[in-house]
Design a protein around this ligand. Structure first.
Ligand SMILES: [Zn+2]
Length: 114
């Protein structure tokens, strides 16, 4: 499962953040998962729950997933659409070749620790 390795990377990041700031408990973790990242949000959440329970640092941590939209630009007329899911075609000229910009990243947005 691709998501499991992403969650593992996230936990490595959390552990070093906690160490840097001398914190012992992670309360909430906000992660932005772009619509083009190919990540299955349910699998990510599932992996998070498993790993969180294994570490005292994250035992009570709550994962908040946000879905930032991506920009889809029409190759034909240049019209930009902002959407969380890839649109089928351009609303102006019905061209189906749309170039996505952004939205493929997984970003650790915010961490609350104490
Ligand atoms: Zn167009």
């Amino acid at each position: 499962m691709h998501e499991m390795s992403l969650v593992q990377a996230l936990f490595t990041q959390l552990a070093s953040l906690a160490a840097d700031h001398d914190k012992h408990r992670v309360l909430t973790v906000t992660v932005a998962i772009g619509p083009l990242s190919g990540v299955v949000v349910d699998s990510f959440q599932f992996g998070f729950d498993i790993l969180a329970a294994e570490h005292s640092l994250t035992k009570e941590a709550k994962l908040i997933i946000i879905n930032p939209p991506a920009t889809f630009q029409c190759l034909q007329c240049g019209h930009n659409q902002i959407a969380a899911v890839r649109p089928d075609s351009c609303p102006q000229c019905h061209e189906t070749l749309l170039i996505a910009e952004g939205g493929d990243a997984i970003i650790l947005n915010q961490v609350e620790m104490e």
